[in-house]
Design a protein around this ligand. Structure first.
Ligand code: KIV
Length: 269
């Protein structure tokens, strides 16, 4: 595993796409590592995807630490980035102490939303690996929306990406941006861009594991379900209930045994 996020710049230089995937638990982290994912992201999407919160804004630093630790136990050899939750990086000192808590829980680097250049520069100065995030920003945007379709928004996205790079970030996520804009901005940067709903011109891609495995109830334009675990799981569990109800599970093979004499002895005690 690369020890530093900056090592992924080499992937960009040799045009090797970077594969990032969210994960929130020990078993999925083991699966992500076994599948050879380059970077595991403990995203704050865990709030809505895994914890059933109404918004990613509800995710706390304690939530993140709990999940980062579980993920790291499952993928010790995969570079792991943790999202800094909403309002945990409102100034540089607060950001540093919270980032150190995530790193103490097992994160190799952190990700934060927006062109928060002062905070990013400070964390980098303290040798913390930082991944930026521009485009649609779930922690502050009102609703999901493609960002950069109007020329002013596109100029702003370009300026933000350059500012995040200049502040010292070693990677940047582009969420919900037009393909051509992401491709153009990616060319202007030396750090790798990782897209979600941002097209093929990015230096890598990130997806939410639950969307990829077909665990989510919803489907999204930016995602492709590579498996159908939700429907398979429901079918499997229905079958289990049916088998319990008609007494075909468990069978003798699923039980351990003592002989009749043993029960007789028990009766006589
Ligand atoms: O929280 C998350 O999962 C993310 C990705 C969508 C990039 O930030």
């Amino acid at each position: 595993m690369p020890k530093k996020l900056s090592a992924f710049k080499e992937y960009k230089e040799r045009q090797q796409p970077i594969c990032m995937l969210t994960c929130y638990s020990f078993p999925t982290a083991q699966i992500v590592e076994a599948a050879g994912v380059d970077i595991a992201l403990v995203g704050d999407s865990l709030g809505t995807t895994f914890l059933g919160y109404a918004s990613t804004k509800d995710v706390t630093l304690d939530d993140m630490r709990y999940h980062v630790a579980a993920v790291k136990r499952g993928c010790a050899h995969t570079y792991t980035i943790a999202d800094m939750p909403y309002q945990t990086y409102t100034n540089k000192e607060q950001a540093l102490s919270n980032a150190l808590l995530l790193i103490d829980a097992g994160a190799d680097g952190i990700k934060l939303e927006g062109a928060e250049t002062e905070v990013i520069a400070y964390l980098c100065e303290k040798e913390i690996d930082v991944c930026g995030h521009i485009g649609y920003l779930p922690q502050t945007a009102e609703a999901p929306k493609v960002v950069g379709k109007e020329i002013e928004a596109a100029r702003q996205a370009l300026a933000d990406a350059k500012a995040v790079e200049a502040a010292g970030a070693d990677m940047i996520v582009f969420e919900l941006m037009p393909k051509e804009l992401s491709a153009y901005i990616s060319e202007q940067l030396s750090i790798p861009s990782i897209g979600i709903g941002a097209g093929q011109g990015c230096d890598g891609q990130v997806q939410v594991l639950d969307d990829l495995l077909g665990l989510s109830e919803r489907t999204f334009k930016h995602a492709r379900p590579y498996a159908r675990h939700r429907s398979n799981a429901i079918a499997g569990i229905r079958q289990y209930c049916e088998d319990v109800r008609d007494k075909t599970f468990p069978t003798d093979e699923n039980a351990s045994h003592v002989d009749d004499a043993f029960i007789e002895e028990l009766k006589n005690t």
